[in-house]
Design a protein around this ligand. Sequence first.
Ligand code: ASP
Length: 326
Amino acid sequence: MSTPPPQNTGFPHRHLLGIEGLSSTEITLLLDLSDAYVEINRSADKKRNHLSGRTLINLFFETSTRTRTSFELAAKRLGADVINISVSDSAIKKGETLLDTAMTLNAMHADVLVVRHPFSGGVTLLSQKVNCAVINAGDGSHEHPTQALLDAVTIRRRKGRLEGLRVAICGDVAHSRVARSNIHLLNTMGASVRVVGPPTLVPGQIGRLGVEVFHDMRKGIKDCDIVMMLRLQSERMHGAFVPSIREYFHFWGLDYAKLAEAKPDALIMHPGPMNRGVEIDSEVADDMGRSLIREQVEMGVAVRMACLEILTRIRTNGAPVPGPVT
Ligand code: ASP
């Protein structure tokens, strides 16, 4: 049932399931294309027709605000028809299996399926059963590739590069797909990555991914260019991982006192949704000079447009679609 990946696009992958395994050239291609879409999105005429006649289905087994909305906006700006399916109003609630759902959607001839699933590997499994492009919009604590790409575009636009930067990823690393995708991307692009958090929230084997591990927030963010905070993901926790929210903020919450350890021009990121007063102080989050949080959301639309364009640059007859980005 599988169809071949697009040819001659510089991106020889049928799906976008994760950052792991992508080369720096492939990542750069996506980042460059995203940059072009940022400019288009800032102009009055945001519409393009690369996905005209195509259908995108957003299939979300977990809640989402930013990711689902930005995929919808991205697809519509490229001229696609978009259907949103959430578990609460689908047959999945009636007991239909993931694979039966996949077969059903397949029969409707969607061109792109954007899937978020609570289980690591759930999206990959589904991609093996459908004959359209599948984009992983987050699977369990495994990967969230478009988040890492949008983070990278945001950093690159502000700092002019990724290579050589020191990035601290802080907080609930254990339950974070954002952390994993960012680790793969930043390592591939030559940044140096630290993970910072309490031992209960940093997997023991994480060093194998090529990161430095710190269990002290001040030491962990010392001299960093980027401080990326993660949400405390209680929905994935079975048991007590932190003594109390107050203590968590005291030791691991980003406030100005801890931020003073980072480089003077260090920038702050958070994938959202934020828990203000838990992993990040409200004033720090809203600091226009240092916080990139709003910019990350803006980049999300551009990155998703780039991913959709790349994955559909092939017509149904199998011929690659040539032509410029804009
Ligand atoms: N929105 C991101 C995700 O879906 C981060 C988070 O939920 O904390 O993984």
